[in-house]
Ligand binder design. Sequence first.
Ligand code: NAP
Length: 464
Amino acid sequence: MSIPSPAPLRVAIVGSGPSGFFSIEHLQRRLPGVSIDLFDRLPTPFGLVRGGVAPDHQKIKAVTRVYEKLAAQPGFRFFGNVEIGRDLFRDELLARYHAVIYAFGARSDRALGIPGEALAGSHAATEFVAWYNGHPDFRDRLFDLSQPAVAVIGMGNVAVDVVRILARTPEELARTDIATYALEALAESKVRDIYMIGRRGPVQAAFTNPEVKELGELPGADAIVYPEELELDPTSAEMAAAGDHTIDRNLQTLRAMAAHGITGKPKRLHIRFLLSPVALEGNGRVERIQLARNRLVKVAGHEVKAESSGETEAIDAGLVFRSVGYRGTGIPGVPVDPRRGIVSNAEGRVLSSTGTPARGEYVVGWIKRGPSGVIGTNKPDAVETVDHLLDDHAAGLLKDPSEGVSIDELLTARNVRVVDWADWRALDEIERSRGSALGRPRVKFTRISEMLAALDGAGTPTHA
Ligand code: NAP
């Protein structure tokens, strides 16, 4: 249902990932012709769809086709390569738009808080993900893939992505849009044993079923599951009997893997449960991970927590990825609650330090609710926020934008090379054509300077 508008509504959205685009979709649906300026600090849009979703999951990345249709609607403008807090500031946005929606996601990672975590060879999984996806901030990171064994801590879908990319053959990766430098580094990889380590049991694993199932179907790696680690404590058994489809299917998949065993593929992917990391050890760099074997203790209802049984285990691994969740950080003028890593909000209305709604400020996605859910989870999340924004608009609670120096004039005065939607389409076209010559979906630009040089005629770089 569209609502009558007393004045054309002007909205700024900070962050062009899925939650930003779901906000655009709902704004355009309810208020056709709404004026939307979408800001991103990178010249390229789509946030984690470009920089997070694994390169061998092109079907998931195809969601950008919907976003492209939204970007073609009248009233939409893209301001890529514009960082809020560097090129423009919160107060400047608030003065020029009826409303600002923060959609900047969760940019950092959670730490384990164990000794040795800072040793060389220990990395956040999120950095590795950004690296293989060609994110300009991470393209120069180095990961020692000469190590024969790698451990990934955590049992979520990010951990699954990381172990799968490590386990893929060069031929499989060569058909994806993985960054070219990552393709070359992974082709030289000496990694043979990959451990994915969960502190609780199979019933509590955070991965979804299609993702774990794929681990059992890799041409170049055997998935190894220990039958004794699939034995369920009474609370987990109750939970498993409660009819949850994901749990049912995950258990079936894991039991099939345990029955299947090793078939002699070049790599081995060990999926281990009930083990908590207690320390990373090594002489100047990670050499092994010390683990405590856990038992599960009922907390309440079907909720269980891991508690050390007193037994320990060590796994030799020269490369460790901590994959225990993303963490939101603020941008200048928009702080996060340090305890929860989200912008304080009530159903998407940003709350001021006194706990009252801040006029004209809204939040969506991971920076609203925390780093949970799949891409589609952001749709109802954005609908809730946008509905509140439009209610506030209809109630006359939003301030009219001021006249005077426009956003465009401010950016010109500050010498910011704004990448607009036509520029992005040009970059997209170059990436795709470089890819099609090689049988790949695209060959990504991974340096901002190369993207700007390609747009401004300083030659089209051939290497990304
Ligand atoms: P996640 O789903 O929250 O998983 C985090 C994992 O880390 C859990 O297994 C958790 O175990 C474990 N963990 C947390 N603290 C730990 C500690 N101190 N020691 C050991 N383990 C610890 O997070 P994520 O994998 O980063 O994924 C983020 C979101 O993106 C998820 O909603 C995910 O589904 C989504 N995603 C989806 C896809 C896809 O659809 N293909 C791909 C990637 C990401 P406990 O349960 O015991 O806390």
